[in-house]
Write a protein that binds this ligand. Structure first.
Ligand code: K1U
Ligand code: ZN
Length: 167
């Protein structure tokens, strides 16, 4: 397995729309394993392939306390969204920035598992938020795109300042 470098906002590659996976092969299995290792090491509760500059529709998530409930979603699509919740989000591509985003409270997601079987999952709360956040990444959307232009400008300045300090 390998740790993968994570793209930082506002890298334009985060805006690419990922392509569907036609078939699960060794490349996709290795990508999912490397993404899981990268997510756990960061640490984070989710990661989309877009964030590691691979533009395929692959997502890994683990919202468990013990970090032992890895979920791998291939070609996830939101089938049903119900209710609303507003919660604080972070993003491994936007380090140190947290802000409130409105999301659906409950979602039904269709996806393929690593065996190539079509699956349906119902999720609510943090898992539902994380699924929506990661599918946004596959569509080239970062959580800060849900914030006002004013906030986006402030976040870009803050990240540029951080980058100068760490350079
Ligand atoms: O997609 C990502 O960048 C991962 C992101 C997922 C996410 C977090 C919060 C709300 C929605 C989606 C993260 O994992 S940010 C880091 C984080 O939330 C966290 C880190 C350590 C422990 C617990 C949470
Ligand atoms: Zn993110």
């Amino acid at each position: 397995m390998a740790l993968l470098p994570i793209l930082r906002f506002p890298d334009p590659r985060l805006k690419k729309v990922a392509q569907a996976v036609a078939q699960i092969d060794d490349n996709i299995r290795k990508l999912a394993a490397d993404m899981a290792e990268t997510m756990y090491e960061a640490p984070g509760i989710g990661l989309a392939a877009t964030q590691v500059d691979v533009h395929r529709r692959v997502v890994v998530i683990d919202v468990s306390e013990e970090k032992n409930q890895l979920l791998v979603f291939i070609n996830p699509t939101l089938f049903r969204c119900e209710g609303e919740q507003i919660g604080e989000e972070g993003c491994l591509s936007v380090p140190g920035i947290y802000d409130k985003v409105e999301r659906a409270e409950r979602v039904t997601v269709h996806y393929m598992d690593l065996e190539g079987k079509q699956q349906t999952m119902e999720a609510e709360g943090l898992l539902a938020v994380c699924i929506q956040h990661e599918i946004d990444h596959l569509n080239g959307i970062v959580f800060v795109d849900h914030l006002s232009q004013l906030k986006q400008g402030r976040i870009k300045s803050k990240l540029a300042k951080q980058a100068r300090v760490t350079a």
